[in-house]
Design a protein around this ligand. Structure first.
Ligand code: SF4
Length: 418
């Protein structure tokens, strides 16, 4: 063993040195965050659900609005799912919002509205995995349990490993044990937050700032000069390229939208099979525009998509008649969009319906409104549709959220001179 290195952390170690250095740094350097300033168990839970796979900066305004609308578990449970999705709109990963809402209803219906007081109770709720249960229980309840997110795993790996070749021996179960061993007895929540904060601000995946790190005298990867190889660079899971068409059907100042889980409604007769048949889960219960299926990239022009492929679907839809159409669909433009690992090239078409149309248009979408013109549109979208069924609907108005994909398409339509 290299005599310059501190002994590797084992379960027989005294972890006080790590705790003392890191907690002192945390006390002087932690970010002021609203859920830290107004600490409640409920607020901690909401913040942890929002923070998964999202940055703190993005989450802050969402957390503020969410807590204003739903200040406790009872108001959250009593809300319509659509309201919850509205306030989540733009955060992505909408499944988490649905699970949060479902968990709130379980708490109210089956637990007398009392949030769990032990980690097992949290683990039993929808959407709560080992990380979230540990984080909520330690931060919100002061229980001595670890919380290992990606930041914490990276930090602990660097504390432990001085030889990148031995990384394969560092099993997740061992990391879990070390993490549990290190949790501070008196300040478990602060300890877990401190580890994650160090990972976010100092011990970053790329360009770690070891020279300012409070734990560098104890960090084996730093002392061995192998930080940039611990953990090894991830093989980025390859993204999947997709192209699709979306149709903005306009009648005067109204736009036709479909309810959640409608999936692709138009299957273009391209020779290649769709990349993904069921896209409803990716849209997480949000309203959408009529869409083609998701197809692999093609060198072919997409200009053949509109008229003939949209027509059969429209003629079969009770709210639409192709005889209403004034013109063939026009390609307004395209944009790129990412949903999980899918990299979408979205072609947006517009179809204007004839003035003579008289039915199904009771609500208005005024695309000349300022919010349709601004880059803030996706953020301001939450209040959206005021009808429960597919049809020509108002934006903005309370109730139904739409996806960023739709927001981008409508913005493109609003800014189009075609
Ligand atoms: S010394 Fe560097 S690698 Fe080690 S914990 Fe600190 S920032 Fe991370």
């Amino acid at each position: 063993m290299n005599p310059e290195l501190p002994p590797a952390i084992s379960l027989s170690d005294q972890p006080e040195k790590y705790r003392r250095l890191l907690l002192a740094w945390f006390d002087g350097n932690k970010r002021q965050l609203p859920w830290r300033g107004r600490r409640t168990l409920y607020g901690t839970w909401i913040s942890e659900m929002m923070l998964q796979q999202t940055t703190v900066k993005v989450v802050i305004p969402y957390w503020e609005k969410f807590l204003t609308a739903f200040p406790d578990v009872k108001t959250l449970a009593a809300a319509d799912l659509a309201e919850v999705l509205s306030l989540w709109s733009g955060l992505g990963f909408y499944r988490r919002a649905r699970q949060l809402h479902e968990a709130a209803r379980i708490v109210v219906d089956q637990m007398d509205g009392e949030l769990p007081r032990e980690v097992e109770g949290w683990s039993a709720l929808p959407g709560i995995g080992p990380y979230a249960s540990g984080a909520v229980a330690s931060i919100g309840l002061g229980l001595r349990v670890p919380a290992l997110d990606a930041n914490a795993r990276r930090v602990f790996s660097r504390w432990l490993i001085d030889d990148p070749n031995s990384l394969a021996d560092l099993k997740p179960a061992h990391l879990d044990q070390v993490a549990a061993h290190l949790v501070d007895d008196e300040r478990p929540g602060d300890w877990n937050e401190a580890v994650m904060e160090l990972g976010a601000l100092v011990c970053r995946a790329a360009d770690p700032r070891c020279s300012t790190c409070p734990v560098r005298p104890l960090c084996r990867a730093h002392l061995a000069g192998v930080v940039d190889r611990v953990p090894p660079a991830k093989t980025v899971s390859s993204s999947i390229k997709v192209r699709l068409g979306l149709l903005v059907i306009q009648w005067r100042d109204q736009v036709f939208l479909l309810p959640p889980a409608s999936g692709p409604v138009v299957i273009p007769p391209d020779s290649n099979p769709p990349v993904r048949e069921d896209i409803s889960g990716l849209h997480g219960g949000l309203w959408g525009l009529p869409s083609t299926s998701w197809l692999p990239p093609s060198g072919k022009s997409t200009s053949g998509w509109p008229g003939h492929i949209w027509r059969s679907w429209m003629t079969g839809h009770p709210d639409l008649e192709y005889s209403d159409v004034e013109e063939d669909p026009v390609l307004l433009g395209s944009f790129r969009h990412a949903i999980t690992r899918y990299r979408l090239m979205v072609y947006v078409y517009r179809l204007r319906l004839a003035e003579a149309r008289t039915h199904g248009c009771e609500n208005a979408v005024d695309v000349s409104k300022p919010q349709f013109q601004s880059g803030e549109f996706a953020k301001s979208i939450p209040p959206v549709l005021n009808s429960m069924r597919a049809g020509f609907l108002s934006i903005p108005s309370p109730n139904h959220p739409i996806s960023n994909l739709v927001a981008k398409s409508l913005r493109l339509a609003a800014n189009s001179s075609v």
